[in-house]
Design a protein around this ligand. Structure first.
Ligand SMILES: [Zn+2]
Length: 139
């Protein structure tokens, strides 16, 4: 855990049992429901260790993480039935590797160009808990 890292702190809360957005734990990562639900079913795959870049992981961890990403994407796909999934791994704002899995219902610009997505208020905890429970059934 790196002090001051928002993702390390979120994972620490989960380990203490107080993060209801968690869908599933894998060997390398944890799948959570996104705070922002402008795109319904938006989920994030958080690496459990504090590493910034995918290439910095040992080869076995890379392979496991990719499989976990695909299993998560498959569950989001079957649960929310999007037209397309968008994937993103930036780490510009929070330098702890995490993958955005964004279900899109219709053709449109990339998520970061959608003002309603950028400016959306966080979904309620109750709503996120319901979505996490629903997605868990597809894992
Ligand atoms: Zn971190």
């Amino acid at each position: 855990m790196k002090k001051g890292c928002a993702i390390c702190e979120r994972l620490a809360l989960w380990r203490q049992g107080s993060n209801t957005d968690v869908v599933r734990e894998f060997n390398q990562s944890v799948l959570v429901i996104g705070m922002n639900q402008h795109f319904r079913g938006y989920a994030l795959l958080l690496l459990k260790r504090h590493v910034r870049e995918p290439h910095q992981l040992p080869p076995k961890a890379r392979r496991e993480l990719f499989e976990e990403l695909m299993r998560s994407a498959d569950a989001v796909w079957r649960c929310f039935k999007p037209w397309k999934l968008n994937y993103a791994c930036y780490g510009n704002a929070v330098p702890h590797m995490h993958w955005h899995i964004i279900p899109r219902k219709v053709k449109g610009p990339p998520p970061w160009l959608v003002r309603e997505f950028r400016e959306a208020k966080p979904a309620s905890e109750a709503h996120r808990t319901r979505l996490a429970r629903r997605l868990r059934r597809f894992m």
